[in-house]
Design a binder for this molecule. Sequence first.
Ligand code: UN1
Length: 500
Amino acid sequence: MSYEKILKNLGLDEQDYKNGTLAVYSPTDGSKIASVPEVDGAEVTHMIGQAKEAFLAWRDVPAPKRGELVRLLGEELRKSKEDLGKLVTLECGKVLQEGLGEVQEMIDICDFAVGLSRQLYGLTIASERPGHFMRETWHPLGVCGVISAFNFPVAVWAWNTALAIVCGNAVIWKPSEKTPLTAIACGKIFDRAMKRFGTAPAHLSQIANGGREVGEVLVASPDVPVISATGSTRMGRIVGTKVAERFGRSILELGGNNAMIVTPEADLDMALRATLFSAVGTAGQRCTTLRRMIVHKDVKDKLLPKIQKAYATIKIGDPMEKGSLIGPLIDKDSYDAMQNALAQAKEQGGKIVGGERVLSNEYPNGYYVRPAIVEMPAQSDVVKHETFAPILYVLTYDCLDEAIKLQNDVPQGLSSCIFSTDVRETEYFLSSLGSDCGIANVNIGPSGAEIGGAFGGEKETGGGRESGSDAWKGYMRRATNTINYSRELPLAQGVEFNVD
Ligand code: UN1
C-alpha cells in the first residue's frame, strides 16, 4: 500500500502533509515523504491559552465521564491500528511488528485509563482530634505539556494523554521533529473520538509540530504546570532545570544504559532469546534497549558464540517487509554516533564483531547496520555512555556482588535484569542491595515493559514515572483536607490558644 493511501485512511489531507516547512524523511531509504506545517512560539502561547480554557471546562466533567472519551479513543485506535502501525514503521523505521506493538500499547493504556477514571482514589486518615477526620483529594493540574522522541513516536503521547485526560487536564504535545506525521495522525484519531463523545471542550488535546522554540515556550510557561519529557539526558537537564526554576512539575524519561546479568544458574537459551529482542529490537533505539551484558566468566564462552551466530544471520532490511527484524537507524547522525562509539570502544580495548553498515547499495540514504557485540576489558567511559544504536557491550564477572556493582556503576538507572534460576540470586538482585534501576526484571530482558507497571528510572534517567500503577498521580495535585464535624475547635498538637 502506498504511504499516501495510509495517510488518507488515517484521515490526513494534503494540507496536513504537503507544502509545510518541516520536511519528513523516511529512514527506510532517506526519501522525503512529506513537509508538514509548523507552529512558532507565538502560536504555542496562543495554544496554551486555548488549552487552559479547555481545562477549565474539562475539570468539571466527572472523571468516569472523562474516561468515556478515552474509551472512544481506544476504539478509534483499534480501528486505525494497522494504518497507524504502518505509518510508525514508515516514519521511524521500526519493523512492522514493533510498529503494531506500539499502537497496541496505546490501546492498552486507554483501557487502563478508562478503569482508572473510576479509581482516582485518595486516602482517609485518622485525625488526632475528636469529631474530625482527614482525607486526601486529587485534582487535575491544568495544561500538561508532552515532549516526545522519535523512537516511540505515538505510544509516549498516549501514555501521557490517556492519563492526563482522565485526570481532568488538557494536553499540548510537541512531537519529535523527526516524526511529525504520526503525530498528525494521532490528532485525527483523537478528533474522531472527540466527535463521537460530542460535548468535550475544543482544544483538549493539541499538537504543536515545530522546532526548539515550541518546546521552549511550553517549558517556560507558568500556565503549563506539568511537563512530561522523553528523550536524551542532555534535553532533560535543560527541561528539568527550566521547569524547576518556575516550580513546575516535570516527569522525565531520559537515557537508559540497561544491563543483563547472566549467572551460572541461567537458562542460556532463554537468555539468548531475550538478548536478541532487547539488544537488537528497534535497531537498539529503545530507551530500554539492552546495552550491557554482564556475564559470569564461566558462562561467557557458552553464551557469546550463540549470540554472535544469531547476530550474523538476523534479517536486516526494509522494516515493512515480513521477516525483517532490524530496520534502519533513524538517520545519518545516528549512524555516525554509532561508528564514533565503536571507534572509542576499540581505543578503550574493545573487541568488536559487527557494527558495519549494510545494504548501502540498495539504500544509499538509508542507514542499516549489523548490530555490534563488543567485548570490553572493563566498564570504560564509552560503556557508561548511552549510544542510541545496536551496540551490546559484554563484560565478565566473578561474584554476584561484582556484577551488581558493575550494573549500577553507570549514570543512568532505567532498566535491568538478571537471568538465573537460583531464587537466592534473583531475590538478592531485586532487593535494596541489588539493582538501582526503576525497572528490575527476572528472566526477561530489560525492554518491552507492559503498560500496567510504572515506567521510568532513577539517576540520569530523570526519576519520572509514566503509564501504569500510580503514575497518574504525576498529573494531579493532592489536597489534604481536615474536616471538623464537632462543635468544638481543638487545635492540633494540643495547643491552647484562647482569648478570655
Ligand atoms: C522508550 O524507548 O522510550 O519497555 C520507551 C519498552 C517500551 C517503552 C520504551 N514499552 O521497551
